[in-house]
Design a protein around this ligand. Structure first.
Ligand code: IPM
Ligand code: MN
Length: 355
């Protein structure tokens, strides 16, 4: 018998639920076509629930979520809630407690007309950032001294363990091998200033590299990485980096691939439950207007399908997105696509059915 997948959905805040709705429409269509059996369970975590009940994420939910095959997330972040509360209490907590130690962010430009860079004929953008997702500056280690006075001191420490770095780097090498493009892995760090943290990253990287003689390795400081991403993005195949640098360079990555409307990511625990999301955030000003681009959320469905072993369905979703992007949309930006959010979802569904 076919397996019945269990998928948890968390629409979250702002435009998150609208995006998730379109993603689920596409999941339904592709599942029908490829005979994938699944059920979804919806959770209402987010700003509204917090403001209504004071509850952020109950402990019981974490255990429940561990029983799913994957989680599909819209967006977390509410204008009426102090920054950090929902992000730390929901998104980061899920990443940490479910040990989703990889944040995988493909940066692919499907059509040059959406790129803000003036790319040459032989330039392309097709790389992946493997961001460490459970350590570094995101651990929350630190605090205040003499808070509220002019003598105040604030400290926030970057925590990096040998094991945490090693499993991330190992994943990056395996990924580079598996995607089989340029077979090149670049470590992005700051060895000239963060001499402790990135000394460890570099040593672990060099050690693991010995097991992958077929993979070319490279190193770039994070500032230089930003420069090359703009000047020569075709140089990159896979980039591995720490949590904070990964956060920053993947927003730059989203922009050069056409914007937040198309950028998706996966929070991956290769041995456990992974969570997929459009990376654009909750975009409160567009909420409920049916104008945001759902393709990022739809690309997140493609990544989810890949992770649960439905590669064919994943490819079908991606190639349908590529077709719509190339042939239909006027822009990838909210309100400028030439179609509404739900119409774009319908276009992808139609493409999947017709193919
Ligand atoms: C992201 C987001 C999050 C992060 C925020 C919302 C906590 O920017 O997924 O990149 O910094 O990781
Ligand atoms: Mn970010």
């Amino acid at each position: 018998m076919f397996k019945k997948y269990k998928i948890a959905t968390i629409g979250g805040d702002g435009t998150g639920p609208e995006a998730v709705k379109e993603g689920l429409k596409v999941l339904a269509a592709v599942s029908d076509k490829y005979k994938i059996d699944y059920e979804t369970v919806d959770y209402d975590f987010g700003g509204k629930r917090f403001l209504d009940t004071g509850e952020i994420l109950p402990d019981s939910a974490i255990d429940e979520l561990k029983s799913f095959d994957a989680i599909y997330l819209g967006a977390i972040g509410h204008p009426d809630v102090e920054p950090g509360i929902l992000e730390k209490g929901i998104l980061l907590r899920l990443r940490f407690e479910l040990d989703q130690y990889i944040n995988l962010r493909p940066v692919v430009l499907y059509d040059k007309k959406y790129c803000p860079l003036n790319l040459g004929q032989d330039q392309k953008i097709n790389f992946t950032v493997v961001r460490e997702n459970t350590e570094g500056l995101y651990c929350g280690a630190g605090g205040f001294l003499r808070k509220g006075s002019v003598d105040e001191v604030a400290i926030q420490e970057s925590i990096n363990s040998y094991k945490g770095i090693e499993r991330c780097i190992r994943y990056a090498f395996e990924y580079t091998k598996k995607v089989n493009r340029e077979k090149k892995l670049t470590l992005c760090g700051k060895t000239n200033v963060l001499t402790y943290v990135f000394s460890l990253w570099q040593r672990v990287f060099n050690k693991v590299a010995k097991e992958y003689p077929e993979i070319k390795t490279d190193y770039a400081h994070v500032d230089a990485t930003c420069m090359w991403m703009v000047k020569n993005p075709e140089w990159f195949d896979v980039i591995v980096t720490d949590n904070m640098f990964g956060d920053i360079i993947t927003d730059l990555g989203a922009m050069i691939q056409g914007g937040m409307g198309i950028a998706a990511g996966g929070n991956i625990n290769p041995q456990g439950v992974s969570m997929f999301e459009p990376i654009g955030g909750s975009a409160p000003k567009y909420t409920g207007k049916n104008v945001i681009n759902p393709l990022a959320a739809i690309c997140a469905i493609s990544m989810l399908l890949n992770q649960i072993g439905q590669e064919q369905a994943a490819k079908a979703v991606e190639s349908s997105v590529v077709k719509i992007v190339k042939e239909k949309l006027k822009s990838l930006g909210a309100g400028r696509m030439g179609y509404s959010t739900s119409e774009v979802g319908d276009l992808v569904v139609k493409e999947i059915i017709d193919k």
